[in-house]
Design a protein around this ligand. Sequence first.
Ligand code: HEM
Length: 244
Amino acid sequence: MFFINLIVQLFIQFVDLYYIVIFLTNAKMKSSIIKKISMALSGLFLVIFLAQHLAINLTSIIPDGGKTFNTISHFMGYNPVVQFILQPILIFGVCFHFIMGFVLEYQNNQARNEKYIYHKTRSSWISKNMIITGLVILAFLGLHFYDFWVPEIEYKYISQESPDPLKYFHELKEKFYGETIRTIIYCFSFILLGMHLNHGLASSFQSIGVSSYRKKILKLAANIYSLIISIGFISIAIFHYFIH
Ligand code: HEM
């Protein structure tokens, strides 16, 4: 028994060594793995951003006349660490994730075209269309920046108006109250964002080499997280659409 166990262990070690040698000597494979891991890490960074963004925006539905939301938004808007360190890192993270997503999609398409063979996989619509859900999120971000970020930059750096700690809640309400088309576009984007997050999180765990035992728990966590993000943002948009 001990002997068989030893042989099996040696065989496993040998296979591991074989893959390590292949990895180190194959530049193409190495760069593809590095790209996948960096895609996963930038995605996980955005996952943290989304959680804090949802938490802050949820304070806008607290029935205190926008006091909590205004206080937090003002702090975020004028704190030098947030503005000059965290925000540039966030913008870099968003750009990196999108550019790397396009590069990986292009390379995957090329690899498929080279082989001329299409394997029928059982992968879901979401996993096959991450680029489409990603593009919808990118388009949403364009609209979202136009709605909130551009006016903020204009207010602070172009018109150079003095800080107004009470303006944020009113500005947010104005964007949604009775604005049917904008609210529908936002909610539709949040549904696709949930799908993108669900598959993205699960595959990022795979890219960073989580063991299959933990994978089940993490898949459940990915389901719960993406549902909370999607339903959370939808609730905020619908709340402000109906309630003034
Ligand atoms: C109903 C849902 C949402 C609301 C009400 C909302 C609200 C806001 C507001 C008020 C700002 C301006 C912050 C500032 O003053 O600079 C902002 C910025 C931003 N939002 Fe959202 N947001 C929502 C959903 C999302 C989603 C789903 C994403 C990502 C997919 C997102 C990504 C961003 C980014 C990247 C910024 C710029 C960075 C920053 O200023 O912190 N937002 N959002």
